[in-house]
Design a binder for this molecule. Structure first.
Ligand code: GLO
Ligand code: MG
Length: 346
């Protein structure tokens, strides 16, 4: 029997969020970075994900030398605590230069800013000893079709990725697709798009993807099928598990919160693809409900991890033999019921 994976878990500092939404301010006082790190360890997580400016705050006001000095100091702190850095992601959606997109901005100066900042993020990743640069292409899309040339934007994305790949021979780019929000339409909405663009770059084997459950759902796709698709290419290098209740704003609900069966299918798919056996982490990109009190602030992360582990038990104890018999007999009706009863614990 194949060796069972011991999964490793992580989250990002932004997942301990303060409750701001477009209609109201924060409702919890910001926590210190040290508190977040201590919670991570205390609750059985192994690594943290970092935006470049989570690792080095106020990054745009600092020289490259200063940024790298601070990244080095952070690495020391992480080492002392036994915490790994899972990835670094350039936050290319806050700065005035990224208002009209980053790599696909119509303004060449803005595109240059985005590429420079991405190269600096790669250097931070290097200091933090991770070879994964996550690219959530937040503003690479349009509000109206006529504002950008979508054909040219594909070229601009490839140009940007090529510059990153050339900057560091060891870096791998993990594209995190999302179909909409903040844009009306994004240029890389699905894993298929991400892996197709990877083929146009100078080193396709260093361009892969990150799947977020909610983003797949927003694209009208099944997250488990997206996982299988990415794994068929050996390109699933990171993962943001969470949940999403239908086609509305990106909710980042706790894993399994809305569709337990879909969560079960995602875990099954991870298992059959041996996700994690090449060092990949299970990350939860989840946010607390706005109603959450400070004393319950870690619950959405702790619960997501616990649901994952319960579903892992369910995936491993699923009676595959009986299931295969039903498949052979094309008795999907009873296969369906078998899954339901298994999830109900009968
Ligand atoms: C937003 C994304 C975002 C990214 C994060 C890492 O919808 O899921 O949370 O995962 O910024 O780049
Ligand atoms: Mg995400």
């Amino acid at each position: 029997m194949a060796k069972k994976t011991d999964y490793k878990f992580c989250f990002g500092p932004w997942n301990i969020s303060e409750g701001q939404d477009p209609y109201g301010p924060t409702v919890r006082k910001p926590q210190t970075f040290d508190w977040k790190l201590s919670q991570l360890k205390a609750h059985g997580f192994d690594a943290m994900m970092f935006h470049d400016d989570d690792a080095v705050p106020d990054i745009d006001s600092k020289s490259a030398a200063q940024v790298l000095k601070e990244a080095k100091a952070l690495k020391k702190r992480l080492d002392n605590l036994g915490i790994a850095a899972e990835m670094v992601a350039p936050r290319l959606w806050f700065h005035p230069s990224t208002i009209d997109g980053a790599y696909t901005s119509n303004d060449p100066k803005c595109r240059a800013y985005a590429i420079d900042r991405s190269r600096l993020s790669i250097d931070i990743a290097h200091e933090l000893d991770t070879d994964i640069l996550v690219l959530w292409l937040a503003r690479e899309g349009s509000y109206i079709r006529e504002s950008k040339d979508a054909r040219r934007c594909v070229d601009l994305l490839v140009t940007a990725f090529d510059k990153m790949l050339a900057h560091d021979k060891g870096i791998r780019l993990a594209i995190e697709p999302k179909p909409n929000e903040p844009m009306d339409h994004a240029y890389i909405p699905t894993i298929g798009h991400a892996l197709a663009v990877a083929q146009l770059t100078r080193d396709p084997k260093r361009v892969g993807c990150l799947i977020e459950s909610a983003h797949a759902t927003l694209a009208g796709l099944d997250p488990a099928d997206e996982i299988d698709f990415a794994c068929a290419f050996g390109k699933l290098w990171s993962l943001h598990l969470n949940d999403q209740n239908g086609l509305k704003y990106d909710q980042d609900r706790p894993f399994g919160c809305t569709n337990l069966r879909s969560a079960f299918d995602q875990v099954r798919s991870l298992e059959r693809n041996c996700y994690g056996q090449r060092g990949e982490y299970v990350c939860f990109d989840v946010h607390p409900f706005r109603t959450t009190k400070e004393e319950h602030w870690m619950a959405h992360l702790v619960n997501s991890r616990s649901t994952f582990l319960h579903l892992l038990e369910k995936a491993r104890s699923f009676d595959e033999k009986s299931a295969q018999k039903l498949v052979a007999d094309r008795d999907y009706q009873n296969l369906d019921q078998m899954v339901i009863e298994h999830l109900l614990g009968r």
